[in-house]
Design a protein around this ligand. Structure first.
Ligand SMILES: Cc1ncc(COP(=O)(O)O)c(C=O)c1O
Length: 397
């Protein structure tokens, strides 16, 4: 047999998608697993968005669109960036893609050459290192600590930069930690980047899901960085539209053109119907988002209070997104019957098999001391899940 691609063979399956399919398989076999592994809102796509999609179908907006996206949607994105993010783009600065994941993928491939280094923090979103490797670049990881709410200190960024650094990949609010960087913290990081020849790719997909009065700030709005920052966003999280697959990038027109050329030779345009729906989403009044965020906030408050009351768990308060990422390493090297817990994977396996609750091992995000619990689940399930968690942690000796 001839060899398969070395590059693609080195790419791991998304660990979060893998755990979600394991949970679905066990559920299909009849096990009553309560899953807290979801990376998507448990709410339905709002009716006004669905209606826009139905109208698009009825009006035969079912053909290819320009690769870059429909003129109408691009205009809405330009306006959104202007209104929400202080980013002043023209149409040529925007590329619509099949999910923010493809936006990231296109942009990283447009920026990186073999041997380039891409700085990102750990915990990171699972796909960052793998997309970096597909772009033939090397992930350079800055480890952050739960003590500092998983935030990078500017000195750490300074130390990580070498002459090979091509991109600083930044994500706030963060998946998996829910960490939100304030404007002043971002300005401090920007200080380090200003006189360096480095691109910034800023993933802001959770920008609308914020708590405790936090405000989102876009690093690309800093004058000295705006020409070399690409901002990634999409409708998956804010509008409960994960299945519609619409993301977009805004940045320097030369980078966007390269990303567009790449997309033109792979998937062409994102779905015409989904673009019409996403256009309606961006032009809505935001009431549905507020309702969703209010509900997430109630769940977050409950979970954090409960987790912080469990001896042996170290949990900070997430300020955005819909995840808690907490340290369970005090339970390592303990066991129940024949089940030994030694790391985040065995911890999660123990809970899936014994307690019927699904969490995601922190190692998937580059931190083996922690696990991720999503609160994109009903309050009843959360209460039941926390109670099972408490019960089964007590059994570990
Ligand atoms: C941090 C982060 N960026 C990007 C994405 C990709 O989103 P999309 O559904 O638009 O591809 C996700 C999805 O989980 C995410 O958590």
């Amino acid at each position: 047999m001839t060899e398969y691609s070395n590059l693609i063979s080195s790419i791991e399956e998304s660990k979060t998608l893998a755990i979600t399919s394991l949970i679905k398989r066990l559920q299909a076999e009849g096990k009553k697993i309560l899953s807290f592994s979801a990376g998507e809102p448990d709410f339905n796509t709002p009716e006004y968005i669905k209606s826009a999609a139905i109208s698009a179908i009825r009006n035969n907006q079912t053909k290819y669109t320009p690769v870059q996206g429909t003129a109408k949607f691009i205009e809405s994105i330009v306006e959104k960036f202007n209104k929400d993010n202080n980013l002043f783009f023209k149409n040529e600065n925007i590329l619509v893609s099949t999910g923010a994941k493809q936006s990231l993928y296109n942009v990283m491939l447009a920026l990186c050459n073999p041997g380039d280094e891409v700085i990102m923090q750990s915990p990171y979103w699972v796909s960052y290192p793998e997309i970096t490797k597909i772009a033939q670049a090397k992930p350079v990881i800055i480890n952050t600590d739960i003590k500092n709410n998983f935030k990078i200190h500017p000195d750490q960024l300074k130390e990580a930069i070498t002459e090979k650094t091509k991109v600083f990949l930044f994500n706030t609010p963060s998946n998996p930690t829910g960490t939100v960087y304030s404007k002043s913290e971002i300005l401090d990081l920007a200080e380090v980047l200003i006189d360096k020849d480095i691109f910034i790719v800023s993933d802001e997909i959770y920008e609308k899901i914020l708590f405790d009065g936090e405000k989102h700030f876009s690093i690309g709005s800093i004058d000295e960085l705006k020409n070399r920052t690409v901002t990634i966003n999409g409708v998956s999280k804010a509008f409960a539209m994960t299945g519609w697959r619409i993301g977009y990038a805004g940045g320097n027109k030369d980078i966007i053109k390269l990303a567009k050329n790449l997309q033109s030779q792979s998937t062409s345009n994102a779905s015409s119907i989904s673009q019409a729906a996403a256009n309606a989403a961006l032009n809505g009044d935001g009431k549905e988002i507020s309702k969703m965020v209010e509900e997430f906030n109630l769940r977050r408050n409950y979970i954090v209070k409960e987790l912080q009351s469990i001896e042996g768990i170290n949990c900070t308060t997430p300020k955005g997104a819909f995840y808690t990422f907490f340290d369970v390493s005090n339970y390592y090297n303990k066991s129940f019957n024949d089940f030994a817990v030694i790391d985040s994977i065995s911890f999660c396996n123990y809970l899936i098999n014994e307690a019927n609750i699904g969490l995601v091992p922190g190692v998937a995000f580059g931190n083996d001391n922690c696990v991720r619990m999503s609160y994109a689940a009903s309050m009843d399930d959360i209460k039941e899940g926390i109670s099972r968690l408490k019960e089964f942690l007590l059994k570990l000796n």
